[in-house]
Write a protein that binds this ligand. Sequence first.
Ligand SMILES: *[C@@H]1O[C@H](CO)[C@@H](O)[C@H](O)[C@H]1NC(C)=O
Ligand SMILES: *[C@@H]1O[C@H](CO)[C@@H](O)[C@H](O)[C@H]1NC(C)=O
Ligand SMILES: *[C@@H]1O[C@H](CO)[C@@H](O)[C@H](O)[C@H]1NC(C)=O
Ligand SMILES: *[C@@H]1O[C@H](CO)[C@@H](O)[C@H](O)[C@H]1NC(C)=O
Length: 444
Amino acid sequence: MQWSYVVVVLCSSLLAGQVGAFLSERRNGGASPLGKEKKVQFASWDEVNVIAHGLLQLGHGLKEHVDKTKGQLREIAGQLGRHNASLGELQQEDRELRGKVEGSHDRLHNLSQELQEAARGRESLERRLQSIEGRIGKALHPPPAEEWGRMQSFIDAQNKRIDELLGQVKLQQYSLDKQNLQIKSLQSKIQDKTQGQAWHAVLKKQSKGISENQSVSTVPTHALSADCHQLFLAGQRSSGVSWVQPARSPPLEVFCDMAADGGWTVIQRRMNGSVDFDQLWEAYRKGIGNLNGEFWLGLEKMFHLAQQRPGLLRIELQDWEGQSRYIEFLFSLGGQDTGYTLYLHGRVSGNLDNAMREVEPLRFSTRDRDQDLKPDINCAKHLSGGWWFSSCGHTNLNGRYFHSIPRQRHERKQGIFWKTWKGRYYPLKATVIKMRTMEPGSDS
Ligand SMILES: *[C@@H]1O[C@H](CO)[C@@H](O)[C@H](O)[C@H]1NC(C)=O
Ligand SMILES: *[C@@H]1O[C@H](CO)[C@@H](O)[C@H](O)[C@H]1NC(C)=O
Ligand SMILES: *[C@@H]1O[C@H](CO)[C@@H](O)[C@H](O)[C@H]1NC(C)=O
Ligand SMILES: *[C@@H]1O[C@H](CO)[C@@H](O)[C@H](O)[C@H]1NC(C)=O
């Protein structure tokens, strides 16, 4: 509104300028085309004054208006500046905020990246751990507890089964042994019958001769073999109980072990602990046990069988692991007047180290007849049974029968042992002692 007003004022002032120019031309009085017109009119001073005054007033108004407008413009500019300033501040704040947001975003981004990196690191760590565990596992084979338990029980079951099988095998072995012995016993009974008949025939013949001739005739010594080896030489090949008759001896029942190299007369056998060997002198002299099981033939019979001349003595031992060893000596045996002295003339063969004294003759000892080489100790009493003891610690095949090593120390000493094979305290499972006379002609 104010601007339109100003324009109106300016137009009117221009109009006033044309009026002024017209007035000055007239005042110079020059010859102009218009001068010929007589009717040219001049403005009066009053009129000019009025116009000038008007113009002056107009100028004053104009100036006033411009001043006022300037003031208004300044005010607007100030307002604008303030606005600009606050806008600047706002923009600044905005920028700062944006910066902060960006920073947060950055941090967030960085954090998430760090997180991802950490996760990757953890993954790779876990993989490495697994591979290390795997390698350790491969190196040590430590199965998981569950599997371990399964394996353990599997092993236990296997062990149990093996034990059962072993037990069954043992039973089988026992029954086999038993059957074998029964067969042998039957065979020996058959032999007994035939030999007994022969013996009876001899006796009959003898008594008949006595009654008929009223004179003493000599019993034919060839009616019975002198020992198992003579039976063997006569053709008998089956082992078992037989009658024999050594020279200057009544007939004897013995167990013959017919081997490939000859007939052995068994003088001792231990196999299952069924017979008590802890006996006195008289029992050892006469004999203990049963020829088909465990037995000690008897010192007097042994003496007769040995015939006071060198023969072979063979000792066979067996441990609980199924191993067997043997040793053979050249030997001779004295009679009761010598205390049944055993003379060992030397080791002939075998895979068993000697635990018997070879240098000195050994008398037989029992608890009630101490004839060992230990002056202050009764070996038979200290250990058990009767034996050709020298010192008390090298062997005793007539000791107590133990199925396992006894807990008591004094019992441990009493077992059947052969120090140079299984040691002093190992109770042997089985023993056999046999003797064999030398063939006639070979002992000269
Ligand atoms: C507004 O501020 C900016 C800087 O913040 C400046 O460049 C500009 O000249 C200012 N304008 C006025 C009208 O003050
Ligand atoms: C983000 O990481 C970059 C480089 O990785 C670094 O220059 C910047 O300063 C980090 N920012 C923050 C907020 O940590
Ligand atoms: C009795 O003895 C004589 C010789 O001394 C002998 O020839 C005879 O056969 C004997 N009689 C009997 C039955 O053996
Ligand atoms: C020992 O073996 C013999 C002969 O085989 C047998 O008769 C006896 O019953 C067995 N004794 C034991 C305790 O096994």
